[in-house]
Design a protein around this ligand. Structure first.
Ligand code: HDC
Length: 283
């Protein structure tokens, strides 16, 4: 494990995050501190744990490491306790595994987030980084992980139970980065070109956040306690300004979903699910 890192946030950060995942001014529970109730979207969990990832010495662990070749591959979150609208937390990061995919490397960082005062665990995050050009170092070629964090979450054969279409603003990545991921890949055209993209791409965790905001509203009664786990694979890049078409299937206590970019007819989020809990699981 790396040394503990503190993360403190307030209502302003919670609102900024909501705007960064495309919440609109009429979604008062998400964007207005006097709303009754004013809530924190459960996917904000990924921002709370994010800073401790900066401790990981990618360049020492992987051959040919180039930060612009790093893409977010997958994300898993165990939502143990709902996040308050302000708080002070302690993150402890560790490397879960490094997998050698031949051309690329997959490096998974686990972060446990505890209340800074009581030590109660609120969140467990697993950030899967996919680093192009850093494979072939002779490491294990398969993941040893099992369970919800690597579930394939294949959609059922029937048409989606619900499809939500949401156009994103071109400024979305420039806004989302203020929630803590300042990676230049998402704002600087020269850096994006180094990564092989014609324009800066959206943060994977922003599209994940858009989907989670939708699921919270449509299946979780806008109650942050409804989320038990969430998992996504970033299958393809998403350009800010494109339209997300979110396909959702309620299967047992889970919402299985996919996100398609309409303009390129490309699935950008696959193998994804939010497991619900409490009364929301049985609805
Ligand atoms: O899936 C491809 C892709 O382009 N995905 C989209 C990536 C993306 O856009 N992510 C979001 C934006 S980037 C971002 O948000 C960065 C963020 O700022 C980072 C912050 C963290 C900072 C850290 C602190 C300093 C791609 C390129 C990922 C894979 O495509 P291919 O190379 O064609 O791979 P493929 O041949 O299909 O498969 C090879 C093996 O890899 C596995 N795999 C595929 N996609 C994966 C993945 N593993 C994890 N995540 C993915 N998304 C495949 O299963 C296959 O494995 P195996 O050979 O064992 O079957």
């Amino acid at each position: 494990s790396f040394s503990p890192v503190e993360f403190e946030y307030g209502e302003r950060d919670v609102i900024l995050y909501a705007l960064g995942v495309n919440a609109q001014r009429n979604e008062l529970n998400l964007v207005y501190e006097n709303a009754d109730p004013f809530i924190c979207i459960p996917s904000f969990a990924v921002c709370v744990g994010f800073n401790s990832q900066m401790q990981v010495p990618f360049g020492d662990l992987l051959p040919n490491f180039n930060p612009m070749m790093l893409l977010h591959g997958e994300q898993f979150v165990r939502h143990i306790k709902p996040l308050p609208v302000s708080g002070k937390f302690t993150n402890i990061a560790k490397i879960i595994e490094i997998v050698d995919k031949g051309k690329s490397a997959v490096l998974v960082v686990g972060v446990t987030t505890k209340d800074a005062v009581t030590g109660e665990v609120y969140i467990e995050n697993e950030y899967t980084n996919f680093i192009r050009g850093s494979g072939g170092f002779g490491g294990p070629t398969k993941s040893v992980r099992t369970g919800a964090s690597v579930a394939s979450n294949d959609p059922p054969q029937r048409p989606a139970d619900l499809v939500v279409v949401e156009k994103t603003p071109e400024n979305l990545a420039a806004l989302y980065r203020l929630s803590g991921d300042y990676n230049p890949l998402h704002v600087d055209p020269e850096m994006a070109a180094m990564g092989g993209f014609k324009v800066p791409i959206l943060h994977g965790l922003c599209s994940y956040g858009i989907a989670c905001r939708t699921i919270l509203r449509e299946f979780g009664g806008n109650n942050p306690a409804s989320f038990k786990t969430s998992k996504v694979r970033f299958a393809k890049h998403f350009f800010p300004g494109e339209t997300a078409e979110i396909h959702l299937w309620k299967e047992g206590s889970s919402v299985i979903f996919q996100v398609k970019v309409v303009e390129r007819n490309a699935i950008v989020i696959s193998n994804a699910a939010v497991e619900l809990q409490g009364e929301w699981a049985t609805k």
